[in-house]
Design a protein around this ligand. Structure first.
Ligand code: ATP
Length: 231
């Protein structure tokens, strides 16, 4: 069982190997993320950043070591309850052949238009949507319009934010967003995620500079962690 999350995340000597390829993507990883922290994870392609995010989401279980959330080992935590409280934006955006409203409200039963609008504003995609003739009723996918890469990412961010998550995880989902828009989204996160945990897999130095903690991955290992000034 799981009550309301505080948002502490602990990795204790975690290792993980993909069974199909035999690639050891994480090697003896240990770190602490305190409730309310904004953490940036950086590292070159293939260094294990997505794997780390996927392990927190329990897409896979660690082979060795332990991941704990609020001091409770992850395998014992109710998965649905946990995932309901985590806003996860994957690297590969997934949109449905449905309208924008339903794409943002995905998975939630009771959502008001005001909540959808707020999520869209915080994800800095509201004005793009209002420029479409049918606004939030605009269809996406095969029967509708094609969004730009950056717009897709921001709809996906809105989908995570509407849950008012206790933990937010961005897996490199600002890559197609320009610097100014990214700045706007980060400012909004500063407000809506205040006191909650945010983990951003990121590249831009401007993003990283704002983090309470930076974790540097290299070839599945943590090579450095600390604040921007410390590193
Ligand atoms: P990128 O910045 O390119 O997204 P990353 O730092 O997120 O990279 P991961 O995606 O975690 O890195 O990959 C770490 C290692 O695990 C890589 O060698 C990758 O090839 C391998 N890997 C990733 N996903 C899988 C998978 N589903 N099956 C097998 N091997 C995988």
């Amino acid at each position: 069982s799981l009550g309301e999350l505080s948002g502490n995340i602990n990795f204790d000597k975690v290792s993980f190997t993909y069974q199909d390829t035999g690639i050891e993507a994480l090697k003896d990883i240990s770190f602490d993320i305190g409730a309310g922290q904004f953490v940036a994870i950086i590292g070159r392609t293939g260094s294990g950043k997505s794997t780390l995010a996927n392990l927190i989401m329990r897409m896979y279980d660690a082979d060795r070591g332990q991941i704990s959330i609020d001091g409770e080992p992850l395998p014992g935590i109710n998965l649905n309850s946990f995932r309901n409280q985590v806003g996860f934006v994957p690297q590969e955006v997934f949109l449905f052949s449905d309208n924008i409203r339903n794409n943002i409200a995905f998975g939630l039963d009771k959502v008001t238009d005001a909540e959808i609008e707020t999520a869209a504003r915080n994800a800095a995609v509201y004005h793009n949507i209002m420029d479409f003739e049918l606004k939030f009723d605009t269809m996406l996918g095969e029967r509708g319009i094609t969004l730009s890469g950056g717009q897709k990412q921001r709809v996906s961010i809105a989908r995570a934010l509407i849950k008012e998550p206790k933990i937010l995880i961005f897996d490199d989902c600002l890559s197609a967003v320009d610097t100014r828009t990214e700045e706007e989204i980060l400012n909004n996160l500063g407000n809506v995620m205040k006191g909650k945990t945010s983990i951003l897999i990121a590249h831009r130095i401007s993003t990283i500079r704002k983090a309470d903690k930076i974790i540097v991955l290299e070839d599945g290992k943590i090579t450095e962690q600390g604040t921007h000034d410390e590193l």
